[in-house]
Design a binder for this molecule. Structure first.
Ligand code: C5P
Length: 231
């Protein structure tokens, strides 16, 4: 069953924790990205764990294999439950990350490989002429072979990826309920449709964060996700 992740994309940890308190109990996961981790660090992760969240650390690692392996160990030691790295980092980087995660006595976090960012339109990826869907599938094959648990992809790619690689989990950002603004996202999809395509996790930021009532917005998205299961 697909699960909702709220992206706590805030510049200050007080705002992030305040929303996390409002949504606790019915949104099971929260995402800490570059901006929030830069200001909040490990102490913020600890606070979110105290609120009983599953924590997704979205720092999108991309570096030489040894550096990424050490970063995965450091992140896992904070007690996070999921993290991201770029599939584009290739086989040695991904394998080193998977090995580092598996060796953690404190519990293995799920590793998700970023395929093609949902803000890219066809032709915008530097040096890559393949269409986003084709390139995402190539990288997803790599992710599965190299020991990752899943991939980050747009809802438009999730269906093809799940059909080709049923054992790989799909985490989809770029989710927009009907009537909400796209912002900088390009390859967007509604929550119901993404679930119907086989998404395992939906990441939603601005449609919840900028709503007059974030609690109501999150409840509506959960209802749309439930409807998507029947499509
Ligand atoms: O506000 P919005 O719903 O667009 O937020 C989406 C979140 O998912 C952001 O935190 C963004 O960094 C993240 N994300 C993404 N595309 C990816 C990976 C992560 O939009 N491929």
């Amino acid at each position: 069953m697909a699960q909702l992740i709220v992206a706590l994309d805030f510049p200050r940890q007080e705002a992030a924790l305040s929303l996390a308190r409002e949504l606790r109990g019915f949104v099971p996961w929260c995402k800490v990205g570059m901006e929030l981790f830069t200001v909040g660090g490990p102490a913020l992760i600890e606070s979110l764990k105290h609120l009983h969240y599953n924590v997704f650390l979205d720092l999108k690692f991309y570096d030489i294999p040894h550096t990424v392996g050490q970063a995965v160990r450091a992140a896992a030691s904070l007690g996070i439950d999921m993290l991201t790295l770029h599939c584009q980092g290739g086989e040695r980087m991904c394998r080193e990350a998977a090995e580092a995660a598996s060796g953690m006595a404190s519990g293995k976090p799920l590793l998700f490989g970023v395929t093609v960012l949902t803000s890219f339109m066809p032709g915008e990826m530097p040096g890559i002429s393949a269409a986003p869907a084709e390139h995402a599938l190539t990288l997803a094959h790599g992710a599965q072979t190299w020991g990752l648990d899943g991939v980050v992809c747009s809802g438009h790619e999730a269906g093809h990826i799940k059909a080709a690689l049923p054992g790989l989990q799909c985490l989809c950002p770029g989710i927009r309920p009907a009537g909400s603004a796209a912002g900088d996202q390009r390859r967007i999809m509604t929550p119901a449709r993404a679930v119907a395509q086989g998404a395992d996790f939906l990441v939603v930021g601005r449609p919840i964060l900028e709503a007059p009532s974030p609690v109501e917005a999150a409840r509506r998205i959960l209802a749309e996700m439930a409807a998507g299961r029947a499509l």
